[in-house]
Write a protein that binds this ligand. Structure first.
Ligand code: BES
Ligand code: ZN
Length: 612
């Protein structure tokens, strides 16, 4: 078979012997969408809790360019049992390329010009990186096992053979057989009641990228918030979650008013077990959320505003590659803060942006000190890197600050209108940083474009000139932190009357002043911070206490790290433990023997890299 000049190659060769799996546009996928691109998937899976595997088949619907004789899918640790094409009974030839540590393995299926569907029978591996199989002891109820997936960034390929690039979108249906008594949920239209035989059907009618494929199964219950939003959780945590998430319908209404109609029909939240490695994951129709934001006082729900905002920035208009990650996260942090500003006022939003800004400064300083300045640009040089390396405050907070500069120039309303047009223009589409440059340049005057300095924000390390966020509310708590260093503590009633963000800023300010163990002991005696129910505050407190040598908190650290698998907390705490000679060996042994095996792959792997 001779390949014609269609692909732009200026030589001819036998297509069966193309040796290299070089990718063109997306460095993190083996797929070659310009040859053959998938547009729909029909999944049929059985969840096997005993063997800890998913098994079944997927029908990949694709369109191939003329003359193309292969379809390439991404896989990782999958056992491919059989492949057929269209309605044929006989097996189709396929081959697996050499495994790559980051990317997994390409699955190349030989196709004929008329072929439209490849059916792949397969089984996942018990240690598939996307999947976490939780024992009953790791759930709130303690009775039933729990399974969930985390596909972002490039882990979908470890549970579905698929074209795993955010530039490739497809619709899907699924039939999943779970354990009788369990509820099974996906990033799709979801059931609200238990099916007697444990089998569920799903439809996702809008095209989504593979990283938004999601599945969860366990002993779960549903309760509505209003006619189109609701909460899934284990029965033990459902009522607390309903309390904390009560503002979700308002958040959705605000977001729609600003950025256009919600495209995904329902918006539900699934409260995950505490091992979940992220704060939240914006799976379409069904945000996965950590239970560590449940406080009873709604103080950490900007995270829901964030995941909800991804329904526009991310799920509707998607970064085309992980190098363009800031188009997902920077935009989403901006939308999140706009939603919070509309609901809770500008002073509240200012607290959020100041907290984010200090994270950003720490991250930039750290990356610079490590000689990794190249990773402080908005457009990230991730070729040959794991896209997980992109998950830093740069995409989130530098991306936010850039859009905030734009907003300071154009005004609040004009910026929202421009963003709304951006989403409308790229409905169910994937966008590159170049698309950003083209679109925004077109909609700004020459002067505005120059003032914005997009090239230096996007391609240069560090931070260009900008207005730093400021919070007036924080002035009070910063002063209180100074007083605390002199032994004058806020009263208990004052402390609990503060917003959580104020307590967080108090703890951060105090940490900068390097208090002694005695000072922290006195403060803890006074305010009982070690026993706080607010995970953000507990985290900051434990970090500071360990660094200061106030080791009375060690039992709390042990309790926290043995249940909470959220990487944002686990990684810095582990880093701190490893830096303390008296706790280093203990922390390492605890991680290897007890805590680590309870974490999801992404958290485990990040900590393991620290140990190396
Ligand atoms: N999509 C991200 C989580 C993610 C990013 C998973 C990259 C895998 C790779 C999600 O929307 C997110 O940003 N979560 C944050 C919360 C947010 C409020 C900053 C988190 O998990 O902390
Ligand atoms: Zn996000």
């Amino acid at each position: 078979m001779i390949l014609n000049l269609f692909l732009g190659f200026n030589f001819t060769f036998n297509i069966q012997y193309i040796p290299s799996y070089m990718t063109f546009s997306d460095p993190h996928s083996f797929a070659r969408p310009s040859e053959a691109r998938m547009h729909h998937a029909d999944l049929e899976l059985t969840i096997d809790f005993e063997q800890r595997v998913l098994r079944g088949k997927v029908m990949i619907h694709f369109t191939a360019a003329p003359g193309i004789r292969r379809l390439i899918l991404d896989t990782r640790q999958l056992h491919i049992l059989r492949v057929t094409l269209d309605g044929s009974e006989s097996s189709a030839p396929f081959s697996m390329g050499p495994p790559d540590e980051i990317l997994g393995q390409p699955l190349e299926i030989r196709i004929q010009p008329h072929n439209k569907i490849a059916t792949i029978w397969y089984e996942t591996s018990p240690d598939a990186p996307a999947l976490q199989w939780l024992s009953p002891a790791q759930t709130a109820g303690g009775q039933e096992p729990f399974l969930y997936t985390q596909s972002q960034a490039i882990l979908c390929r470890s549970w579905i053979p698929v074209q795993d690039s955010p530039s490739i979108r497809f619709t899907y249906t699924a039939t999943v057989r779970g354990k009788p008594g369990h509820l099974v949920l996906m990033s799709a239209r979801n059931p609200q009641n238990i099916s007697p035989d444990g089998t569920y059907h799903f439809v996702m009618p809008h095209p989504i990228p593979a990283y938004l494929m999601a599945l969860a199964a366990g002993r779960l219950a549903f309760s509505p918030l209003d006619h189109r939003t609701g909460v899934y959780a284990e029965p033990e945590v459902l009522s607390l979650a309903l309390q904390d998430f009560a503002e979700t319908p308002k958040m959705l209404a605000v977001a729609e008013a600003l950025y256009g109609p919600y495209a995904w029909d329902r918006y539900d939240i699934l409260v995950m077990p505490p091992a979940f490695p992220f704060g939240g994951m914006e799976n379409p129709c069904l945000t996965f959320a950590t239970p560590t934001i449940l406080t009873g006082d709604k103080s950490l729900t900007s995270l829901i505003a964030h995941e909800l905002a991804h329904s526009w920035s991310g799920n509707y208009t998607t970064n085309a590659t992980w190098c363009d990650f800031w188009l997902n996260e920077g935009f989403t942090v901006f939308l999140e803060r706009r939603i919070m500003q509309e609901l809770y006022g500008e002073p509240y939003m200012h607290m959020l942006e100041v907290l984010g800004y200090s994270d950003l400064q720490n991250t930039i300083n750290q990356l610079m000190a490590e000689g990794r300045a190249a990773f402080t640009t908005l457009h990230l040089p991730l070729e040959d890197h794991d896209p997980d390396d992109a998950v830093s405050d740069i995409a989130y907070e530098k991306g936010y600050l850039f859009l905030r500069q734009l907003q300071r120039m154009l005004g609040v309303t004009a910026t929202d209108q421009l963003l709304k047009m951006w989403f409308e223009r790229h409905a169910f589409a994937s966008v590159t940083t170049q698309d950003f440059l083209n679109f925004f340049k077109e909609h700004l005057t020459v002067d505005q474009w120059q003032t914005l300095m997009p090239d230096s924000w996007i391609f240069q390390p560090g931070l260009p000139g900008h207005t730093a966020p400021h919070s007036q509310i924080f002035e009070e708590v910063e002063k209180a932190a100074q007083d605390a260093m002199r032994g004058r503590f806020p009263s208990q009633s004052q402390w609990i009357s503060w917003y959580s963000q104020m307590r967080q800023q108090f703890l951060r300010t105090l940490a900068h002043r390097q208090p002694s163990p005695e000072q922290l002991a006195a403060l803890d005696q006074h305010l009982q911070i070690t026993n706080s129910r607010n995970s953000e505050e507990v985290f900051l407190w434990l970090q500071m206490a360990l660094k200061a040598g106030y080791f009375d908190v060690v039992p709390k650290v042990e309790e926290f790290l043995s249940t909470v698998g959220r990487r944002k907390f686990v990684l810095p705490l582990m880093q701190t433990l490893l830096s303390i000679p008296a706790l280093k060996e203990w922390g390492k042994a605890q991680f290897l023997n007890i805590w680590g095996p309870r974490y999801h792959y992404v958290t485990y792997n990040s900590v393991a890299r620290l140990l190396d």
